[in-house]
Design a protein around this ligand. Structure first.
Ligand code: SAH
Ligand code: SF4
Ligand code: F3S
Length: 482
């Protein structure tokens, strides 16, 4: 269900000026500093925010000391994520003691979840802006300039920021994110995202295509299409997805699904790599797999979070698939796209998880042999179905032990996947200079593995064939071959 948003301008705070008007610089001189946490969607949103604020005369800075406006784009996915943000906000408040005119704002999921609590009770910020309210930022900053605190956490059914050209802050100039959907309708019982991001909306395919094309024309060589569940992308002229069933057959025929969008973006240029994230096992279609197989530059890599290997737990999580269904999707990937890399997210210690359930997760990991994985202990989130209806009853030490067990197995699998690549040659898109040596470059294979190789005369943003000669835990080591 959509949560009601509120725009709060607390009357009691009128006159509680942060700085006398004379201390406020004209907006042409002002600078915003943005830190992003959480998923790739937040990083993409920060670029939209930078773009909106630049229209209002704000330059961006990477130096906190130079900032007039400090924004944290936040994540609520686990309690730990929120604690990290609170610590960071305390640091900012210490700085603000000597620089009272500096505005501190919170964006993103924690803003949406906590709303004005961050101002009223925690007294940590001046500005709270939810993920669908970024267009209002110039007005909200203006309110703060006038001595008020400002909140806009209204969730939208339409907002996709489709017309805003993000201000790219990723310096490599080679890879970029392009959002294709916002929100999520899945309601996995453990997850806070449907509450913080609202209902699922798809972005106009023309605007996705144009943004990707423009990126290619300005030198970018890889786009990652982003959504919480990219496979449920569906465009039929706007509005919420659930209304689709009410459309006429003619209107339905004009709709664009994810496989079609992916193919459209792939047709921009064979030199523009296309990635996407996140795929949902319930919705990943063979059509999408065939598009990946058809285009060499649509990367052979799928992030397909399993969460658990136990069908009983998957049902409690409301994931919409069983372990058999998931394995069938894995088999389909291996059949249609041989050599495709698969990664996952796993939650251990979800409500009522038994030792047998845990063993089934380990069994699933042995079946797939993920090359990449993100593993978490279940963290209860306020207002989710799991929090309201189930008991967080797996003891902390059991969660910890299970996490260690899956991490250990994952390391073995990842080492196996890396070793499989030694002796083979992969096309690598060069992204930058290696952190360890300026004589080496790094880039990624289509399977999303990082490869490091001698620099020689190779240029960032070009493709090279790299023969993999060795590997460490997370990196492939090789040399360029013709
Ligand atoms: N839309 C993506 C996931 C986004 S959140 C999907 O459906 O796969 C990223 C990951 O965080 C999830 O895949 C899940 O593994 C983890 N996660 C989400 N809520 C969590 C919680 N309450 N506790 C622990 N991990 C959680
Ligand atoms: Fe959360 Fe599930 Fe939506 Fe992913 S699909 S964002 S886990 S509700
Ligand atoms: Fe976190 Fe929100 Fe993304 S909760 S994972 S930043 S959608």
């Amino acid at each position: 269900m959509l949560k009601e948003g509120i725009k709060v301008v607390d009357e009691n705070r009128q006159g509680e000026a942060l700085a006398p008007p004379s201390a406020i610089k004209s907006s042409s001189e002002r600078k915003v500093y943005i830190e992003s946490y959480g998923c790739q969607m937040n990083f993409a949103d920060s670029e939209v925010v930078a773009s909106i604020l630049s229209q209002d005369g704000f330059g961006t800075t990477k130096e906190l000391a130079e900032a007039d406006l400090v924004l944290l784009n936040t994540c609520s996915i686990r309690d730990k994520a929120e604690q990290t943000i609170r610590k960071r906000l305390s640091n900012f408040n210490t700085i603000k003691k000597n620089k009272p005119e500096m505005i501190i704002g919170v964006l993103g999921c924690m803003a949406e979840r906590l709303k004005s609590q961050l101002i009223d009770q925690e007294k940590l910020v001046d500005l709270v802006v939810g993920p669908d309210a970024y267009r209002d930022l110039p007005n909200l900053v203006n309110e703060v300039d006038n001595g008020q605190k400002a909140v806009n956490v209204i969730l939208s059914k339409e907002e996709t920021y489709g017309d805003i050209v993000p201000k790219r802050t990723n310096e490599n100039g080679v890879t970029a994110f392009v959002s294709i959907t916002r929100g999520c309708d899945n309601m996995c019982t453990f997850c806070v995202v449907p509450f913080t991001r609202g209902r699922e909306r798809s972005r106009d395919p023309e605007s996705v295509y144009n943004e990707a094309k423009q990126l290619f024309e300005s030198g970018y060589r890889e786009v990652t299409l982003l959504g919480q569940n990219v496979d449920s992308y569906l465009w039929y002229g706007g509005g919420l997805k659930k209304e689709f069933k009410n459309l006429s057959e003619e209107e339905k025929a004009k709709s664009v699904n994810f496989a079609q969008l992916l193919e459209k973006v792939a047709q921009i240029s064979p030199l523009l790599r296309v990635r996407f994230s996140t795929s949902h096992p319930q919705d990943l279609t063979d059509d999408v797999l065939h598009v990946i197989a058809k285009y060499h530059h649509v990367c052979s890599y799928i992030h397909l979070p399993v969460q658990s290997g136990s069908s009983r737990i998957l049902k409690l999580m409301n994931r919409g698939y069983t372990k058999e269904w998931y394995k069938e999707r894995i088999d389909a990937i291996n059949r249609i796209i041989p050599g495709c890399a698969i990664s996952t997210d796993i939650i251990v210690g979800f409500c009522t998880e038994t030792e047998d359930d845990h063993q089934e997760t380990l069994e699933m990991m042995r079946y797939v042999k993920y090359g990449l994985g993100y593993m978490f202990k279940y963290s209860e989130r306020p207002n989710t179905v799991a929090q309201r209806k189930f008991k967080d009853d797996v003891p902390e030490d059991t969660k910890q032990r299970r996490l260690e067990e899956i991490i250990r197995l994952h390391r073995e699998n990842a080492a196996f996947r890396n070793s499989e690549m030694v002796g083979k040659t992969f096309e690598v898109l060069i992204e930058g200079v290696s952190k360890k040596s300026d004589q080496e470059l790094f880039g990624r294979t289509p399977q999303n593995a990082v490869a490091v190789f001698p620099k020689e005369n190779h240029k960032i943003g070009t493709y090279v064939n790299v023969l993999i000669e060795d590997c460490t835990t997370g990196t492939l080591l090789g040399k360029v071959v013709n």
